[in-house]
Design a protein around this ligand. Structure first.
Ligand SMILES: Cc1cc2nc3c(=O)[nH]c(=O)nc-3n(C[C@H](O)[C@H](O)[C@H](O)COP(=O)(O)O)c2cc1C
Length: 158
């Protein structure tokens, strides 16, 4: 049975959006349903319906979430909704040359969602832009095993 996943995209220069598109394709090829939503103009209410979310975000500034993710992030901090009906994964894009803040955009979402009661499935996928690998390829290879190992056993999600 396929799993329904909403991919929320935080990006400054479009890499995370491209990653999300490849991930969506890989999920659909494997029989799952995926929907991409750019984080622009979203607030905490996007999580109200519960279910499975994949946060796909880059990192900017001093380890900040991208501009288009700021409103959603602030809304989660302020409203502090109970997200116990949410299961999530994180694809965090960054660059190891930013040592202390490596992939902090994704790591910040991870910490906040966990704090609000959401359950993370599996480990956060970290991608280093200096590694010579393409994030869209790495993420597309990662996502189907991620679903199969961590989500497909949850019959309520199918
Ligand atoms: C001005 C600037 C600041 C950045 N700051 C960080 C950072 O603090 N930590 C990190 O891991 N990556 C940082 N990055 C790397 C980006 O997160 C990475 O290149 C990412 O793939 C960009 O994705 P996007 O096109 O979706 O925004 C920075 C990049 C730029 C251009």
């Amino acid at each position: 049975m396929g799993v329904s996943i909403t991919i929320l995209v935080g990006t400054m220069t479009g890499t995370a959006e491209m990653v999300a598109q490849e991930v969506e394709q890989a999920l659909e090829n494997a029989g799952h349903q995926a929907t991409i939503e750019m984080m622009d103009n979203l607030d905490a209410s996007v999580f109200q319906r519960g279910g499975v979310f994949l946060i796909c975000t880059s990192t900017y500034g001093q380890g900040d979430v991208p501009d288009n993710a700021q409103k959603l992030f602030a809304s989660l901090e302020t409203d502090a909704p109970n997200l116990s009906s949410v299961i999530y994964g994180v694809i965090a894009l960054g660059d190891r040359t930013y040592k202390e803040t490596y992939c902090d955009g994704g790591k910040r979402f991870d910490a906040l969602l966990t704090k609000l009661g959401a359950r993370r499935a599996g480990d956060v996928l970290l991608h280093d832009a200096s590694s010579g690998t393409l994030p869209e390829e790495v993420a597309a290879e990662w996502v189907v095993p991620w679903v199969e190992q961590h989500l497909q056993t949850s019959s309520e999600l199918a």
